[in-house]
Design a protein around this ligand. Structure first.
Ligand code: FAD
Length: 554
């Protein structure tokens, strides 16, 4: 934390209170404070910095040091609304300043033109609630470019024939290719496909106060101890703090947006570390708590005037949840690849981004990449061949042999928006503060499963062409757990079918804005964070313009 932060009183009516400091919240904090506004960011998690980030797998994977904790904030799951939900871990997100961008893997794809206009192009899909976005790729392009240059994204412009148009090259070259990338590239070319260097939100060249990637191999799940991962913590929040107008208030768990008799937001009510309650007053509230916690907060904020929850006259808050589909084929090679060294993904291909659904018989599209996302303990649990017994001499020998010879070819694809797929308040489950926990209702659309199995076949072909000596995968399973939390407060022009307008303003509450994964209308083909950040840069421009025209303040 820098020394420049102001300390606002809760009774000070600041210009904006931002709930959540993740991928979107961090960008909005930076942009709004840079544009001259007084901003308080309320973040439920702690303020950790590079010195706090370690390679301790137990703390990260078993003790949830950086993520939402199932005991503090329990969740439940059911497949359909008529089932009774059972308590189980249903989602994961980063619970610290910088949010999920601190511990994410940092694959960083732009959405393509098709993602914004797919409903018009493919027509209705039975069982899905697919609609076009009210903004296009062209509207967002300048903001994608802004993300790349401002936070630091490495990549090679023009290296994929399927890339959407761009106004500028990447600000820095791709990270060095890994063994998995070399094998993937050779194999994919043999198959007539078009692999290219993976765009990553990881620095290949140092920036002030941030080192280039040191190839330590601890990206997925871990905070970056050298600041190379372009989280909103290192790339945006520090800039916000330096304006002297932005206060980041960690350990502040918001549980209600307060409104007045005129139906306007007056501020955010939160528990501090000692569980005392405060109301931080503000002229406007911007909720960036992610695709799970943003709808939860709106539902928790119901009152007489807003009996279905805040900004929920449409009834769609929490609905149309999308996760993205994901699957993987693991392969073992004759010679050591040593792919555990370094960042996760160095080559990608987008040949299947836009499949002809009449030809393949299902809707969807996706990408493939070559990756190694294991750390030693996680590899022992999840990276071994399925028939391996997890003890004894053979286990040790296979572990020692495979650890350095394994790579994965992973598939990333669309999830269709389905109305019943949702986050709602569980009537029985309470969190550690006595508030209703989240209930996940989710059943993949049949086309999502068909797509995943189709992409898995392509991933097997890559391993075959690359010469894997052994490979295995599991058929697509219905998902019961999400890390890409998308679409639950979708953007649209019609207040009856969407929650926010294209300015990210809620249709129902004039000075309440939402911007995060919940704003998305379609899921893209995976890697949604680039789009979430681009939307945040755009939202900041729109909100600033409204504020400067005096169209927000009470
Ligand atoms: C393991 C993992 C790997 C991933 N890898 C990738 C990847 O490679 N590429 C990619 O594009 N995406 C990836 N993602 C997804 C990506 O990280 C998220 O899509 C993105 O960070 C979401 O941004 P957001 O702004 O919606 O929310 P978040 O980044 O989740 O931020 C929300 C913030 O709000 C805070 N908050 C929530 N509720 C409250 C409350 N009531 N009061 C106060 N604060 C609150 C949270 O603590 C959090 O800090 C990954 C996710 C996970 C879990």
């Amino acid at each position: 934390m820098t020394v420049d932060q102001p300390k606002y009183k809760t009774s000070d009516e600041v210009d904006f209170v931002i709930v959540g400091s993740g991928a979107a919240g961090g960008i909005l904090a930076k942009e709004l404070s840079t544009n001259g506004f007084r901003v308080v960011v309320l973040e439920q998690g702690p303020y950790l910095t590079e010195a706090d980030f370690t390679h301790n797998e137990i703390e990260i994977f078993a003790q949830d040091k950086l993520t939402n904790h199932p005991k503090l904030q329990p969740t439940s799951f059911r497949k359909t609304p008529d089932e009774r939900a059972k308590a189980q871990r249903a989602l994961m997100y980063g619970r610290c300043v910088g949010g999920t961008s601190v511990h994410f893997t940092a694959n960083f794809w732009r959405f393509h033109e098709i993602d914004f206009i797919e409903r018009s192009k493919v027509g209705p899909i039975p069982g899905a609630n697919l609609v076009d976005w009210p903004v296009t790729y062209a509207d967002l392009e300048p903001y994608y470019t802004k993300v790349e240059w401002e936070i630091g994204v490495s990549g090679l412009a023009g290296s994929s024939p399927f890339d959407p148009p761009r106004s500028k090259p990447y600000p820095m070259p791709p990270l060095p290719v890994k063994s998995s990338g070399v094998l993937f590239e050779r194999a994919a070319r043999k198959l007539g496909w078009h692999p290219f260097p993976a765009p990553m939100a990881i620095l290949s060249q140092a920036r002030p106060g941030r080192s280039a990637c040191v190839q330590c191999g601890y990206c997925l799940g871990f905070g970056c101890e050298v600041g190379a991962k372009s989280s909103s913590l290192v790339a945006a929040i520090r800039v916000a703090e330096r304006t002297g107008r932005c206060e980041i208030r960690p350990n502040s768990y918001v549980h209600r947006i307060e409104t007045d008799a005129n139906g306007r937001a007056v501020g955010a009510v939160y528990f501090d570390e000692k569980r005392n309650t405060h109301l931080q007053k503000a002229k406007a509230v911007v909720v960036c708590a992610n695709g799970a916690e943003t709808p939860r907060l709106l539902l928790l904020s119901k009152n007489k005037q807003f009996p279905n929850g805040l900004a929920n006259s449409s009834g769609v808050v929490g609905k149309n949840l999308m996760f993205n589909t994901y699957s993987s084929v693991t392969g073992v090679y004759e010679h050591p690849l040593n792919d555990y060294k370094g960042y996760c993904v160095s080559r990608v291909l987008h040949d299947f981004y836009e499949l002809d659904h009449h030809k393949v018989g299902f809707y969807g599209g996706g990408g493939l990449d070559a990756r190694y996302e294991w750390t030693p303990v996680s590899f022992a649990f999840g990276g071994m061949p399925p028939e391996t017994l997890h003890w004894g001499k053979d286990f040790k020998a296979t572990l020692a042999h495979n650890f350095s010879r394994t790579m994965e070819v992973s598939t990333h694809g669309t999830s269709l928006p389905v109305e019943n797929n949702s986050f709602s308040l569980d009537p029985d489950l309470k969190d550690a503060w006595g508030l209703p926990g989240l209930c996940l209702t989710y059943k993949d659309h049949p086309d999502d499963l068909k797509l995943t199995n189709w992409l898995l076949e392509r991933a097997h072909e890559v391993h075959e062409a690359a010469g894997a000596v052994k490979k295995w995968s599991f058929p697509a399973q219905e998902q019961q757990f999400g890390v890409h939390l998308l679409g639950t407060c979708r953007m649209g022009n019609d207040p009856k079918t969407s929650v926010i307008n294209p300015d990210h303003r809620t249709h129902d509450v004039k000075n309440l804005f939402l911007c995060d994964g919940s704003s998305l209308v379609t899921s893209g083909r995976g890697q949604p964070t680039m789009t979430i950040m681009a939307l945040a840069f755009r939202a900041a421009d729109r909100i600033t313009a409204l504020a400067k025209r005096g169209e927000i303040g009470a």
